[in-house]
Design a binder for this molecule. Sequence first.
Ligand code: ADP
Ligand code: MG
Length: 279
Amino acid sequence: MQKKIKIVETLLDALPFIREFYGKTIVIKYGGAAQIDERLKESFAIDITMLYMVGIKPVIVHGGGKRITEILNALNVKTEFRDGVRVTTKESIKIAEMVLSGEINKEIVNMLNQHGAKAIGINGKDMSFMKAKSLIGYTGEITSVNGVFLNKLLLENLIPVIAPIAAGESPTHPGYNINADTAASEIASSIGAKRVIFLTDTPGVLDKNKKLLSSLTKKEIDNLKADGTIAGGMIPKVDAALRAVEKGVEKAHIIDGRVEHSILLELLTSEGIGTEIKN
Ligand code: ADP
Ligand code: MG
């Protein structure tokens, strides 16, 4: 009996949070260890299914950096990063799309559907819902996201699982590889999402002494970037977080994807984890 009461109490503890997020859209950037480790993959799929089953609307935008690098290396294609963003070439864009839209996207979609959610995998070429122009080579800068289309999927009770490839400017253009953080941010603002969450392999944004910064403003981020505390892949992530909140998303979170059930911990309990960024 004691144990059953405990279960009910746990459920009731989540009620205020479920009420806050019911019917609302949450964009989740899925990346890092959570995308590789089998236990974390399972915990991610359960978290998303749980959100879905209680009436919250998740949208997944996934990365695939490590796997793309692995395949490019196996094929002897060179790859480099500038300011944390991959420089995509004519050779690597096709491979990036194969890995992202073929292998990774379908794995996530299948995992969610096997758990009882209704997920559908797309990239920017579907309905041309996400278009881009060149930033460096075939790494693109998003020029438009069709939020109306994504909202239609959500109205149908589907979970869009989005590979960060955008349509190019002509029928023969192979398309653009987009940094997944940037894509998650633009997608979140285009659909009026309530929150955007970036799963990563650190506890959040860390200061010079590797201590977690639990909340950050634009000014603080500018200073941390200027003195080099925020570097590499964290640059596009904080930029994406800031842009999302500037364009109307209530809050952005950068959280530790290596922690099991980090998404439920962040959204359905009072224990905020990671770094929170507000406008
Ligand atoms: P993801 O797959 O989540 O996009 P990235 O490697 O692109 O991962 O970006 C996260 C990385 O950014 C961290 O693993 C860390 O190495 C680096 N980083 C740079 N500056 C910071 C910082 N101030 N706090 C935390 N991580 C940072
Ligand atoms: Mg990254």
